[in-house]
Design a protein around this ligand. Structure first.
Ligand SMILES: Nc1ncnc2c1ncn2[C@@H]1O[C@H](COP(=O)(O)OP(=O)(O)OP(=O)(O)O)[C@@H](O)[C@H]1O
Length: 536
């Protein structure tokens, strides 16, 4: 690693050493560890290594390769995408400021458009940054990073906060050099987070214009999931939305309208659009009727879950080692407990010998030992791996931490478990720019977020992964899943959730829904059992 830094012009041995230590520290911190705990030369935290960081961050950006498909995307754009592409490129080439919002229902090709833009600028030697609110959305963009890690945004933002990037930092230098910055899944971000970045950019650029006069492209779909504000009312959630920001009216809106994901099945894409826009008529109790073709049938003799699994994962035994087969399918559910239940069923059916990895759980500051280990083992905080992690070779797994975003290891990255040892998992990345890359995942210490509400600091040492035959609807946002199942033992939480889940699919015949909730009765019309879902 230090070799990389040696190549940098004017880098003295001391700076080279500090650079290397800083890099190691960066990786260790992402695993919840501190460099000071290791027998290494001392890292000078106060040192201004802006030059060095600049080089590291800019070198990283400059090393992004444009894939031939992304380059070709420019010639495949549909008319609305092409218009957007031209408008944004003209703004970049003119050197003027630009603030855009690309709005389009799921599958209308927002990500496709970003990839075409990035390919064009990067291949002309410019720096164009791809960021997204969620790790999953970031992982499918070339060089994609979460906005939190890219802009060093504090966890708690207010109407006055700024980011942790200093004006001299490498991050700030990267911003100054960037010709275009993309922020995907912006509707999922709290407006204060976006405003915090705006204030920082004005400071970094020394220009009191939105985002310091940069060309910014925000994008997303307000029909999908909105910002998560813990324990908030509906009004508070709406107030946290980007549309309530002083920036919203300044954004030039670009509309994409054609569903490119489900373009081969117009009946399905029209149905999705009606669900997304809230135009699908409700029957009773705010329910919408799902088309018969989507429904997985079950009766007293068959267990619905088994039928759903068979629909989405046919011939599991023969296909278990095929990466393409695994990438193209998943069952979505609204809650972690349902996801766990389906994953347990699927790993039991999956061929091969299983290995169980138990976590080491502890409670910090619990000197009287009130928290028994057994109790801690039973806790299932969101975002943490299970205490009992059962793995098999070739099973699909999902990463739960941003271990190394620059190399595609983000919270939400889907991988295939290719092997394991006591303290390491060998995995192959399934999606995005880093697909097919082989990586090693260590056991690390993980804690739930502060607002999870435990009266002690809970620490779990485990591999930061969970099985992902099934995943939560939120985790699937932004992905195309050609064979998608939706498991609904209870009604979805929100209208957006149903829409996100269904719009991952590409056609009616490869999208299947298992509804186990009680159905409302209608007097005259026959409503197939299991065909309606509550909507808010
Ligand atoms: N112009 C196009 N030509 C061919 N395929 C396209 C085109 N635009 C999009 N696609 C394909 O359609 C699918 C959906 O596109 P994409 O993921 O970009 O949509 P999105 O608007 O980002 O969706 P979401 O909101 O769900 O994240 C992808 O498989 C993509 O490759």
């Amino acid at each position: 690693m230090s070799e990389d830094f040696r190549k940098i012009r004017d880098n003295s041995p001391v700076a080279q050493l500090q650079c290397t230590l800083k890099s190691i520290n960066y990786f260790l911190e992402s695993m919840g560890k501190k460099i000071d705990k290791y027998d290494l030369p001392k890292l000078d935290h106060g040192r201004d290594n802006g030059n060095v960081s600049e080089c590291r961050e800019i070198i990283e950006e400059r090393s992004i390769n444009v894939s031939p498909e992304d380059f070709d995307a420019q010639s495949k754009l549909n008319p609305e995408q092409e218009q957007a592409f031209k408008t944004i490129l003209e703004r970049v080439d003119s050197g003027r400021a630009g603030l855009f919002f690309v709005d389009g229902p799921g599958g209308t090709g927002k990500t496709f458009l970003y990839r075409a833009l990035l390919a064009n600028l990067i291949s002309r030697g410019m720096i164009a940054l791809a960021t997204a609110t969620s790790g999953v959305a970031a992982a499918i963009l070339p060089g994609g990073r979460t906005t939190h890690s890219r802009f060093d945004i504090p966890l708690q933002t207010t109407d006055t906060t700024i980011t942790n990037m200093s004006k001299q930092s490498g991050g700030a230098k990267l911003i100054r050099k960037s010709k275009l910055i993309i922020w995907d899944e912006a509707p999922m971000a709290n407006r204060q987070t976006i405003e915090t970045v705006d204030r920082s950019f004005r400071d970094i650029m020394d220009i009191n214009e939105p985002f310091g006069g940069k060309v910014m492209v925000f994008g997303g779909d307000f029909r999908q999931v909105l910002p998560v504000v813990p324990k908030s009312t509906r009004v508070e959630t709406i107030n946290a939305s980007l549309v309530k920001s002083y920036l919203w009216n300044k954004m030039e809106k670009i509309q994409l309208i054609r569903n490119m994901r489900a373009r081969a099945d117009p009946t399905f894409s029209d149905f999705l659009l009606r669900i997304g826009n809230g135009e699908e008529p409700t029957i009773r109790y705010d329910m919408v009727l799902l088309l018969e073709k989507l429904i997985v049938k079950h009766d007293g003799d068959s267990i619905g879950e088994d039928n759903l699994i068979r629909e989405i994962f046919p011939s599991l035994d023969e296909m278990s080692s095929c990466a393409k087969y695994m990438t193209e399918r998943a069952i979505l559910a609204s809650r972690n407990e349902y996801v766990d239940q389906l994953n347990e069923m699927l790993i039991a059916k999956f061929p091969g010998e299983s290995r169980t990895f138990l976590s080491f759980d502890s409670a910090e500051d619990d000197t009287n030992n009130y928290c028994q280990e057994e109790y801690l083992n039973n806790l299932t905080p969101s975002g943490l791996p299970p205490h009992r992690l059962v793995l098999k070779k070739n099973a699909p797994i999902m990463l739960l931490r941003n271990l190394d975003p620059a190399n595609g290891l983000c919270n939400g990255t889907r991988m295939i478990c290719r092997g394991f040892d006591n303290n390491v998992i060998h995995a192959e990345i399934m999606m995005g720019e880093n697909a097919s890359k082989h990586v090693f995942i260590p056991r690390i210490q993980l804690s739930p977020p502060e607002n999870e509400g435990y009266p002690f600091k809970f620490i779990r040492k485990q591999f930061p992964v969970r099985l992902c035959f099934s995943m939560t609807i939120n985790k699937a946002q932004g992905q195309t899943i050609p064979n998608v199942g939706l498991y609904l033992p209870q009604h979805v939480f929100s209208h957006g959730q149903l829409y996100v889940a269904l719009s991952r699919g590409i056609s009616m015949s490869t999208t299947k829904v298992l509804v186990l909730t009680e159905q409302p009765k209608r007097k005259k019309e026959h409503i197939p059992r299991t065909s309606s879902i509550k909507r808010y």
